[in-house]
Design a protein around this ligand. Structure first.
Ligand code: NAP
Length: 295
């Protein structure tokens, strides 16, 4: 069997074109998209991610700004800043960078107004998502759906096995795939570290999504012939032969999928490529809804 490699780049480019067009229309109507990125503390990876969002936003004409709260701030500062952004009519979307530092309680994200929660971070968004209503969902979970739709993989009536039950990937993805809509109506199995005979679940699935954070844990024999395999994992593994001393691998043993799976996403270059574009699209949706409400 020839295995198709599902690259994220062309799908991300199509999303960016759509975002640029819609952001332009909003700007022309005097209601531009304005995304606030809240960065509390000094996590270097969060800082790099924030910068990449700012750069990507600039490329598609979305006005994004970084709201930095230094480590000597306190709970009130972070909560108060988010509340102020939620009340600011000129801000259409808010993301709060995770992981939060120790001095900020995780519940601070609940200060984000649900209609501005473009990262799907609040309990309100998660609750709406699970009850089948319209809601913002985390960009990575949406990226998996986008990858399946973009590659014309049937979702409706397919059996999707998700390995991982985190609040940012596995759980929201299960809710998205269960929706009664075009890109939903799947039969979903959610697996985790206590699942008995994981391979029995993944082998029975039409689509396997690995979101475990465990390098190359999904082996060839765990996947049925002709399945579509989506790898969300991003793991650093030591590699003395590489210049940096490490390389990035997914949660799927990529080489073992070739000739067995119908399609597989690479890491890097797969689902991860879609995250920022989808986040910006969520920001556009939030701005469009705000414009609609103001009419
Ligand atoms: N933009 C992106 O591309 C993007 C964004 C987010 C995350 N990621 C990547 O996606 C991966 C998952 O991230 P996450 O935040 O969801 O991780 P997480 O919070 O650590 O959750 C991992 C999940 O996988 C399950 N799991 C771990 N090892 C397992 C095993 N051997 N068998 C079965 N289940 C297992 C865990 O089970 P328990 O619940 O039982 O512990 C947990 O539910 C990571 O590699 C991360 O870097 C990528």
């Amino acid at each position: 069997m020839k295995t198709i490699i599902l690259e994220g780049k062309p799908i991300a480019e199509a999303i960016r074109r759509d975002v640029a067009e819609r952001a332009g229309a909003l700007r022309d109507s005097g209601r531009p998209v304005a995304l606030a990125i809240v960065l509390a503390g000094e996590d270097p990876a969060s800082r790099i991610y924030s910068k990449s969002i700012l750069k990507a936003a600039d490329r598609v004409g979305v006005d994004a700004r970084l709201v930095e709260i230094p480590a000597d701030g306190g709970r009130e500062d972070v909560g108060g800043s988010i509340r102020a952004l939620s009340e600011d009519e000129d801000v259409s979307g808010i993301i709060v960078q995770q992981p939060l530092p120790d001095w900020v309680p995780a519940t601070v994200v609940e200060e984000i107004a649900p209609w501005k929660d473009v990262d799907g971070a609040t309990d309100a968004s998660m609750g709406r998502l699970f009850s089948g209503r319209d809601a913002f969902a985390p960009a990575t979970a949406l990226g998996v759906v986008e990858m399946l739709a973009g590659s014309r993989t049937p979702i409706e009536s397919s059996h999707v096995a998700i390995v991982g039950r985190s609040a940012v990937v596995g759980r929201p993805l299960a809710a998205l795939l269960l929706r009664k809509c075009d890109r939903g109506n799947a039969t979903v199995t959610v697996c985790h570290s206590r699942t008995r005979d994981l391979a029995a679940h993944t082998r029975a699935a039409d689509v396997v999504v690995a979101a475990m954070g465990s390098p190359e844990a999904v082996r060839g024999e765990m996947v049925g012939e002709g399945a579509v395999v989506i790898d969300v994992g991003v793991n650093r593994v030591e590699d003395p032969e590489s210049e940096k001393g490490y390389r990035i691998v997914g949660d799927v043993a990529f080489e073992e999928m070739l000739g067995r799976a119908a399609a597989v996403t690479p890491v890097p270059g797969g689902v991860g490529r879609l995250t920022t574009a989808i986040l910006l699209r969520n920001a556009v949706v939030a701005a469009e809804s705000a414009a609609e409400r103001a009419r």
